[in-house]
Ligand binder design. Structure first.
Ligand SMILES: Nc1ncnc2c1ncn2[C@@H]1O[C@H](COP(=O)(O)OP(=O)(O)OP(=O)(O)O)[C@@H](O)[C@H]1O
Ligand SMILES: [Mg+2]
Length: 340
């Protein structure tokens, strides 16, 4: 094959997909594909499907399909595979690939995605790129931040929380944990907690998610959180402080327990170092008070140091791109599963 090498880092997430290329392309898109519900919709849309934010905006007359469920490719039938294919080819187009480019893509998947799920993703990727490799999401974050030794990365996404212990080697299955109580779970908990306190309020997960993204916190609140909601069509002010605290803290016991389990997988002389090197990534790392909450919960293990990444939107795909740039594709087989 002739042409130029185009290297891509892709973070295929449940809620958003981020992509960066070695030529400076950078993009973020909602992980959703919309299909017209009927011929009228087809006429309105003027094409068979639409990907990303535009699909979400036109949702009143589209069937929205989400290619990822809880962080892994939905695979309930042929239709799901088509949805994922449409998503992936759209994302790769965002990187401005030229027709004669040789495209190499590193794609992040949840830490413990099943073998069949990874193979499915690779099979699809192969239709749109020359060579593809799937690596675990937290490993890709760690690689980008150069935290490859005696560190623990916790990636709090929408569908999954992915944890990985970094020991200076390619992480093995025992070094990784995937939890399914993540951002989407917080939204559901928040919706229910608000409805418990204000039964007449009109509430759905989108509203709950917007409240969470604007005011999320764990530990002590910095002040009351009061939001304007609607009951019977009329605006009402609601104090959601307690509901927000309960919902945002809901995934934490499992996360803390998993960190404790991973700490113990390090050789004893490295445990203290790992404890001081805990990195929280993903959209959930934006929750106020999160780092100190986790730090305090690990008291019994010693003085932990927990930091949240500075760019949760792109740190994952930046790491994937860095991997693609620094490691020649002939070594990719040692790091993750590859196709091409
Ligand atoms: N300020 C915020 N406070 C709390 N949560 C937030 C905030 N901003 C974004 N989130 C949540 O972060 C999640 C999205 O994070 P991210 O983009 O890392 O997920 P993803 O990669 O799409 O999902 P996954 O990794 O599970 O496939 C969503 O649940 C979103 O609501
Ligand atoms: Mg993610």
């Amino acid at each position: 094959m002739s042409g130029n090498k185009l290297l891509l880092g892709i973070d295929l997430g449940t809620s958003h997909t981020a992509i960066m290329s070695n030529r400076g392309a950078k993009g973020l898109v909602r992980s959703v594909v919309g299909y017209p519900k009927d011929v009228i919709g087809l006429k309105l849309l003027g094409r068979p499907y639409v990907v990303g934010n535009e699909a979400y905006d036109l949702r009143s007359y589209l069937d929205l399909r989400y290619p990822l469920e809880d962080g892994v490719l939905a695979e309930n039938g042929e239709r799901d595979i088509e949805v994922a294919r449409h998503m992936l080819s759209h994302v790769i187009k965002m990187a401005d690939a030229k027709p004669d480019d040789e495209v190499y893509a590193v794609i992040g998947v949840p830490a413990r995605a099943t073998g069949s799920n990874k193979s499915l993703l690779l099979k699809m990727a192969q239709e749109v790129v020359h060579t593809a490799m799937v690596v675990s999401e937290p490993f890709m974050v760690a690689y980008g931040l150069n935290k490859l030794l005696n560190a623990i990365v916790v990636d709090i996404g929408a569908g999954t929380v992915d944890l990985c212990a970094l020991k200076g080697t390619v992480p093995s299955p025992e070094d990784q944990v995937t939890l399914t109580k993540a951002g989407n779970y917080v939204d559901e908990r928040l919706q229910n907690a608000i409805l418990e306190r204000y039964p007449d309020i009109q509430m759905n997960v989108n509203v709950a998610c917007a409240i969470k993204e604007a005011h999320s916190f764990v530990g002590s609140p910095s002040g009351p959180v009061v939001v304007d909601l609607r009951a019977a069509g009329k605006p009402v002010s609601c104090d959601v402080t307690d509901a927000l605290k309960v919902a945002c803290e809901a995934p934490l016991p499992d996360i803390i327990e998993s960190i404790q389990t991973l700490i113990q997988t390090f050789q004893p002389e490295y445990q203290e170092m790992a404890l001081k090197n805990i990195i929280v990534a993903g959209g959930g790392s934006r929750i106020k008070g999160l780092a100190s909450y986790i730090q305090n919960s690990l008291r019994a293990y010693g003085n932990a140091e927990v930091v949240c990444v500075t760019d949760p939107t792109y740190d994952g795909c930046r790491g994937a791109l860095r991997l693609a740039e620094e490691l020649p594709p002939q070594y990719w087989g040692q790091l993750g599963e590859i196709a091409g």
